[in-house]
Design a protein around this ligand. Structure first.
Ligand code: NAP
Ligand code: ZN
Length: 350
């Protein structure tokens, strides 16, 4: 089947309408009509070839929400009409130690990305959610239980939500913990909401004075404009955990200095250019750690969706037509997003 999509033919070319193939649903597959797709900064890094290895044409999009249109003969968990989500992965080996533990994102044989991943389907690499429909192995499909009128705002949970939820859980964020979230963009604003919902004392770090008031509304107990050294110094040695979502190279020491003894700062941003090397003394003398974290496994993604549905958590979004994707990318590059663009996939028909 051929469906309408938007993608980039090359790193230096804008996204344009494309017709792409989708396989027929096999026995274990779920076919999904895509209603909404969030716009992640990773989409921008990938289409512009800021990371190595982009395969063109590139159809991005890994924050997908839609309705099931058909299921394969062996699928029992889903039926036609169900509201479902698809995140950053559409397959993995299913038999390595990481997959066995439900940590498919760390699959030792490499998971298959929702876009730019290797597949047997033509043309040999996967196409993402900037498209009318997608066919996905049922193991990688999530159940969405939020109310129907929130579905566009649920889409960003599939990447921004799980990428912040997973490290917050792994490093035991909760009541009594002082937690910093650095960079209040798509990931960061979800980090603030989720850490608040988990009961932590949440401090938002932003470079944008204009986000100072908003960050409180998102759930931050305190907001620090990180360009202001005095504001930063007042919090030295006080954080249990810091989640750093910044999409650009920057000085990490400014944040590690704010960790308590044994505190950890986890990086989830994947900047085009490396960060300056961190000050090792700042780590050694307080046994501080700098760590990394990649999205989350499928079971944990379902847990996150259920947690958000129960707590009434969704993203703050600005809905766009697919035809406006380049403007959205330009604004994202200027940190001018409050807080996630979401594509109305019905506009692919226009
Ligand atoms: P985003 O919406 O563009 O947010 C990034 C935020 O970082 C900006 O809003 C801005 O917040 C801050 N920022 C940007 N440039 C900065 C600079 N030069 N110095 C300091 N702060 C800066 O991006 P996103 O979609 O949240 O993605 C963030 C990063 O995470 C990207 O690199 C993306 O590829 C990566 N990512 C990683 C994973 C993973 O699994 N590890 C998953 C998804 C995405 P303020 O205005 O508040 O300063
Ligand atoms: Zn993403």
């Amino acid at each position: 089947m051929t469906v309408k999509a938007f993608g980039a033919p090359a790193a230096d070319r804008p996204l344009e309408p494309l017709d792409i193939p989708r396989r027929e649903a096999g026995p274990h597959d779920v076919a999904i009509d895509i209603a909404y797709c969030g716009v992640c900064h990773s989409d921008l890094h990938q289409v512009r070839s800021e990371w190595d290895g982009t395969i063109y044409p590139c159809v991005p999009g890994h924050e997908i929400v839609g309705h099931v249109t058909s299921v394969g003969s062996d699928v029992t968990k889903f039926k036609v009409g169900d509201v479902v989500g698809v995140g950053c992965m559409v397959d993995s080996c299913q038999h390595c130690a990481s997959c066995d533990e439900g940590l498919e994102q760390y699959c030792e044989n490499g998971f298959v990305g929702t876009y730019n991943g290797k597949t047997d389907d033509a043309p040999g690499h996967t196409f993402g959610g900037y498209s009318q429909s997608i066919v996905v192995n049922d193991k990688f499909v999530l159940k969405v239980t939020h109310p129907q009128d929130q579905l566009a705002a649920v889409a960003p949970l599939l990447c921004a939500g799980i990428t912040t939820y997973s490290p917050l859980r792994h490093w035991n964020v909760g009541p009594g913990k002082k937690v910093g979230i650095v960079g209040i963009g798509g990931l960061g604003h979800m980090g603030v909401k989720l850490a608040h919902a988990m009961g932590a004392h949440v401090v938002a770090f932003t470079t944008s004075e204009s986000k100072r008031e908003d960050a409180k509304a998102l759930g931050a107990d305190e907001v620090i404009v990180s360009r202001n050294e005095d504001e930063m110094a007042a919090h030295a040695n006080s954080f249990d955990f810091i989640l750093n979502t910044v999409a650009a190279s920057h000085n990490l020491d400014a944040f590690t200095m704010l960790l308590k003894r044994d505190g950890t700062m986890t990086l989830v941003g994947v900047p085009e250019h490396p960060h300056p090397s961190p000050n090792i003394g700042a780590l050694i003398f307080k046994r501080r750690a700098i760590a990394g974290s990649l999205i989350g496994g499928i079971a944990e993604t379902q847990e996150m969706l259920d947690f958000c549905a129960e707590k009434g958590v969704v993203a703050d979004i600005e809905m766009i037509r697919i035809q406006d994707i380049e403007t959205a990318y330009e604004r994202m590059q200027r940190s001018d997003v409050k807080y996630r663009f979401v594509i109305d996939n019905a506009t692919l028909d226009a």
